[in-house]
Design a protein around this ligand. Sequence first.
Ligand SMILES: [Zn+2]
Length: 70
Amino acid sequence: MSVAFKASCPDCRARFELDAGALRLAIGGSRRTTFYSFTCPECAAPVRKPAGERIVELLTGGGVSTLRSV
Ligand SMILES: [Zn+2]
């Protein structure tokens, strides 16, 4: 079963759903280095957004691949 995550693009303002494979999560030691990223399916812009505790839980629980950032 794949989980869809709702996301939006700050560039073209499109709203869409992404599956776990389209998202990357980076977990660092601070708020600034903990973020998730994806490529907008509408305009192909690289999007990076801060990930709070709740989002980190949601994404890791949904099978999004995680990397440690510094
Ligand atoms: Zn876009």
